[in-house]
Ligand binder design. Structure first.
Ligand SMILES: [Zn+2]
Ligand SMILES: [Zn+2]
Length: 333
């Protein structure tokens, strides 16, 4: 009975149904008109989409259990460790940094827009550094390890990544005056959209979201971010509003002539959770051990993945610039 109760409690938590059940049991349907009520309805949509995608894949016999292995084990580890560190870090930052905010904002639509632009800036900083600093790439590479795309990929994260991301994003928002209530709403929207952009081709073939493609970051843009094609490497770092990618020159739409090849560039042990989770840490440790001198050892930790003390670099920038140069030559010919 205890096991059944535990499964029941996990399912309620996973689908985020607590508030919906409370509303149904109490008959308090008026609360659906409040912000909390609306969020309680939106919350379960992502897990429902995930199950739907899973069922459709089964129906069309496209379901491969191995595609879900890395996200599944990551989800389990994060549920037990990462989540609690993250919550503690966010609470600590709000408590400490609030008094240093440059000004105060209130709960209005225009401050929500301001808050979201600031949040995206924090997200851009976290995500950009996660790709450009090798030590941080060790935390982020788990998310890029899956060689296919489906909603479960949004669960594939190293357990320390969420705390690191939340420290950067929350500090940026609190210092720039985003009040905590706005921040929690923004985190909710970001969490929902951040999951949804991993929708697989079974549920959305192109997933360009029609005319919205030109204004927001769609699943198509995020698929590009997961591509290891030279043209796509280290682009589209934003989550919902891709203004900062446009400002900093990292915006890249999906090309009809370059099909996305998902995954990271080094050869991986196929569908290995341990390789996806710890592989980059092992390779970094080997490079540091081999590097001559303290300076080179330190540089391996902070320089982008692909940097080498020999001077022959294979960073995303070098690879992408070479691809763009070759493309330019092809167009001229
Ligand atoms: Zn990334
Ligand atoms: Zn992703």
């Amino acid at each position: 009975m205890d096991i059944l109760q535990a499964i029941h409690d996990w399912a309620i938590g996973f689908f985020g149904l607590d508030e919906v059940i409370r509303i149904i049991q109490s008959g308090d349907y008026g609360s659906l008109r409040t912000l909390k009520g609306i969020l309680s309805i939106i919350g379960p949509l992502f897990p429902i989409f995930l199950v739907l995608e899973f069922l459709i894949a089964c129906l069309y016999r496209k379901f491969k259990v191995m595609e879900y292995k890395i996200p599944f084990f990551s989800y389990v580890l994060n549920a037990f460790i990462g989540r609690f560190i993250s919550i503690a870090a966010v609470a600590y930052i709000i408590g400490v940094f609030s008094s240093y905010a440059i000004f105060k904002t209130s709960f209005t639509w225009y401050w929500l827009l301001y808050g979201y632009i600031v949040w995206e800036f924090g997200h851009f900083i976290y995500h950009f550094l996660a790709h450009k600093v090798r030590l941080l790439w060790c935390l982020h590479s788990t998310h890029h390890a899956p060689e296919n795309m489906n909603l479960a990929v949004s669960y594939a994260h190293f357990f320390l990544e969420a705390p690191y991301a939340d420290v950067i994003r929350t500090s940026t928002c609190i210092l720039l005056g985003v009040n905590p209530t706005l921040l929690f709403l923004i985190m909710f929207i970001d969490g929902f959209w951040g999951g949804f952009i991993h929708i697989g081709e079974t549920l959305g073939k192109k997933a360009r979201c029609g005319p919205l493609f030109n204004y927001i970051l769609t699943p198509s843009h995020h698929r590009v971010h997961h591509g290891r094609n030279p043209l796509y490497m280290d682009t589209n770092f934003c989550n919902l509003l891709n203004i900062w990618d446009r400002v900093f020159g990292t915006y890249q739409p999906e090309s009809d002539t370059v099909p996305i090849d998902y995954g990271i560039t080094r050869p991986m042990i196929k569908n290995s959770f341990t390789d996806a989770y710890f592989g980059e840490i092992v390779f970094l440790a080997k490079d540091v051990a081999r590097a001559p001198g303290i300076k080179n050892k330190f540089l391996y930790l902070v320089m982008p993945p692909g940097w080498s003390h020999t001077g022959v670099h294979k960073t995303a920038r070098v690879v992408r610039d070479a691809a763009l140069h070759a493309e330019g030559l092809k167009l001229k010919a």
